[in-house]
Ligand binder design. Structure first.
Ligand SMILES: Nc1ncnc2c1ncn2[C@@H]1O[C@H](COP(=O)(O)OP(=O)(O)OP(=O)(O)O)[C@@H](O)[C@H]1O
Ligand SMILES: [Mg+2]
Length: 679
């Protein structure tokens, strides 16, 4: 088969890698160091997939360098016509040079960008490559990607730049061809302490051995005192992998399903001359293996052309959709599995206890990045989905597998039931912590509803009012917090004093959203807060103090329009007769004019018109109707203007002179109330 330098394509130069190593190798921590090795191993593996390499050995040397030997065809050594460089030099010194851009060298491969090996070279203090090919042994070394000659072993030997590949020997008869790479990565491009994770290397080789059953991988670790060697070879491929991945203690409840097939899709792609063609037909080879076990974990590993895609991608999506469709359809169609009105299971239920491996082989896959963590070639999803769905359907119907399939369906239905029960329990627990928290002050009379939006907190002045409010409220969504006497004037107090004040701290605690700079409106436990104080001077004073407390420590409540003042009436006018009328009025003048109007209309008013001295004088019905029932009550939304006014009032109240203060209070009390009526 043709695979020479002219099958390589070169697009660009190396500096970019050194400038932004993370972009080419994913990160500059230990994972990045591991990624360097992956690139070299992937290249050897590509030779295995193409059917040329059967044995790949990775050696971790004591000096921190890493060596990869394969028995593939060897990197082309002849001169590339366009660049005048040997194939080896071309692929290792130029970015986007490689044999995987659709030439005749590889059909499907993990490599595709022509970046991997050159990126490793760019980030290495020394990079040696030996190619056994065409009966000859060639060698070449690089320092930071520059070709040349080291006069001794290791990266610290003297270096003389020198281009070209050197012929160093002849292959003996029967001696295998292949490529050997050894590199010393440059720690300066990585975070300090970044090292090669041997366990990760082991995992990588094992994974790859599952996916390429024709290749034997060997890991030699010479970094410790003694040299250890492990061999990974799995002739049963993905079935072996599922076995290996199954979590400890998990017993399979069905045999391993093996799907192997292919499908075509179309996408836009560049042809051999780099010209974009639309709707190029592609073939995807799909291999999937999976089974369910008794456990709850889900293990799904996805690979594209043997490269692991940690974050899955379109092949995983296809697998999940195919499984969900086939299985939920079967559950719907099987009598006795679902109870009446029960919903169909969701994907989480289907995947519970599953161990699966999805491997697709496609030409020129698209990934979200050079680290190939996620496959993004979209039409692959459909191909995988179709194969999985079709295969599962056959499995569900086949007489030989029907019984175990039924066990799996039952497991999925059970998983759905458990999920729903757990959700209900969680919801209940959440409601409890929101409303029955032991940290709430004892005097709080809380509401039952967990919904913040509709809930209301009445801050109630005085014990007698509290008694009536308890009877009047709708306990489902109306909560009561009584305060006794005057609260602290926060204008002149420190935050510590405010927190030490029993009434203030109770309010802050009950609202549950903190105070000051750390106040978090989203944590507020009630939709509305209503200040319920008497219509007299004392009530007005308390209202003022409370508004100031909010303005200073819980301002967002006001800004969000969630603070209100109840506006209790002063009088209750009732007419005599069969169908007595009731009218509440809020000022003396209003009362007099209302009585006059009623009498003019020929109605008799019960006299004397009773006047409420305080909220406590109302009965529960009256309080409900005038102050608490959202449909009939008069409340006033407190604005920032009110808050400023309240602060001014308090300044005034702090003054020495008694007379102006008293006059102001009386005047403003009635003024506020009159404006306050919700029309
Ligand atoms: N072990 C090897 N045996 C044969 N050819 C190789 C080997 N390693 C590299 N090559 C050749 O060198 C080219 C460049 O390799 P490189 O890793 O830089 O890019 P790539 O594998 O094409 O793409 P990617 O950037 O995705 O790895 C390959 O395309 C291949 O032609
Ligand atoms: Mg590569």
């Amino acid at each position: 088969m043709l695979y020479g330098a002219d099958d390589l394509t070169h697009l660009e130069g190396l500096d970019a890698v050194r400038k932004r190593p993370g972009m080419y190798i994913g990160s500059t921590d230990s994972r990045g160091v591991g990624h360097l090795l992956n690139e070299i191993v992937d290249n050897a593996t590509d030779e295995g997939i193409a059917g040329h390499a059967t044995r790949i050995e990775v050696t971790l040397h004591a000096d921190g360098s890493v060596q990869v030997d394969d028995d593939g065809r060897g990197i082309p050594t002849d001169i590339h016509a366009k660049s005048g460089l040997s194939g080896v030099e071309l692929v290792l010194t130029k970015l986007h040079a490689g044999g995987k851009f659709g030439g005749s060298g590889y059909k499907t491969s993990g490599g595709l960008h022509g970046v991997g090996a050159s990126a490793v070279n760019a980030l290495s203090r020394r990079f040696d490559v030996t190619v056994r090919r065409d009966g000859k042994i060639h060698q070449m070394s690089f320092q930071h990607g520059v070709p040349g000659i080291f006069d001794g072993p290791g990266p610290n030997s003297a270096f003389t730049p020198h281009p070209g590949l050197r012929l160093v020997g002849k292959l003996k008869a029967g001696e295998p061809t292949g490529t050997s790479v050894r590199y010393w990565h440059d720690a300066r491009y990585f975070e300090s302490g970044a090292t090669l994770d041997v366990e990760a290397v082991r995992t990588k080789l094992r994974h790859t051995a599952f996916l390429v059953p024709g290749v034997t991988y060997v890991l030699r670790d010479a970094t410790g005192g003694s040299i250890s060697a492990e061999t990974f070879h799995f002739p049963n491929g993905l079935a072996d992998m599922v076995e290996f991945l199954t979590p400890a203690g998990d017993r399979p409840i069905c045999g391993t399903l093996l799907i192997s097939g292919s499908g075509t899709y179309r996408e836009n792609a560049a042809d051999a001359n780099g010209v974009m063609r639309s709707n190029v037909e592609r073939r995807a080879e799909v291999e999937v293996a999976f089974r369910w076990g008794t456990g709850y974990e889900r293990t799904i590993e996805c690979f594209t052309n043997t490269i692991r895609n940690v974050h899955g991608g379109t092949h995983r999506k296809g697998f999940e959709r195919g499984a969900l469709r086939a299985l939920t359809e079967a559950i719907r169609g099987t009598r006795g599995l679902l109870r009446a009105k029960e919903d169909l299971p969701i994907l989480d239920d289907v995947l519970e206890g599953i161990t699966a491996v999805v491997h697709v082989r496609i030409p020129e896959p698209q990934f979200t990045s050079q680290t190939k963590d996620e496959l993004s070639t979209a039409p692959v999803a459909k191909v995988v989905q179709g194969l999985v769905e079709q295969h599962l359907k056959a499995w569900l119907e086949d007489r030989k597998t029907r019984a175990e399939a039924r066990t799996v369906l039952q497991k999925i239905v059970d998983a759905a039931r458990v999920r729903l029960t757990q959700k209900q329990q969680k919801d209940a627990a959440r409601r409890k912590t929101a409303l029955e928290s032991a940290s709430m002050p004892a005097k709080l009379v809380d509401c039952r509803s967990p919904g913040v939006e509709r809930s209301e907190l009445f801050i109630v002045e005085g014990d007698s009012a509290l008694g009536t409010a308890r009877l009047a409220r709708t306990s489902e969504y109306q909560a009561l917090l009584p305060i006794r006497g005057k609260i602290l004037n926060v204008q002149k107090a420190s935050l510590q004093q405010v927190l030490d004040n029993a009434e203030c701290s109770a309010i802050i605690q009950v609202l549950g959203a903190g105070s000051g700079r750390t106040f978090d409106l989203s944590a507020l436990r009630y939709g509305r807060i209503l200040i319920m104080a008497d219509a007299d001077v004392d009530g007005s004073h308390i209202r003022t103090l409370l508004i100031t407390l909010f303005a200073k420590y819980m301002r967002p409540v006001i800004e969000a329009g969630r603070l209100y003042a109840a506006v209790p009436p002063l009088h209750k006018i009732t007419t005599k007769g069969k169908n007595p009328e009731t009218i509440y009025t809020y000022t003396q003048a209003e009362m007099l004019s209302t009585v006059a109007r009623l009498e003019q209309a020929g109605k008799q008013v019960v006299t004397p018109v009773p006047r409420f001295k305080g909220l406590g004088e109302m009965d529960a019905d009256e309080l409900w109707e005038t102050t608490m029932n959202p449909a009939t009550r008069s409340v006033r939304r407190i604005t920032m203007d009110d808050a400023e006014a309240a602060e001014e009032v308090l300044e005034l109240l702090m003054g020495e002179k008694v007379e102006p203060r008293k006059n102001w209070l009386i005047a403003s009390a009635s003024r506020v109330d009159q404006e306050a009526i919700d029309a």
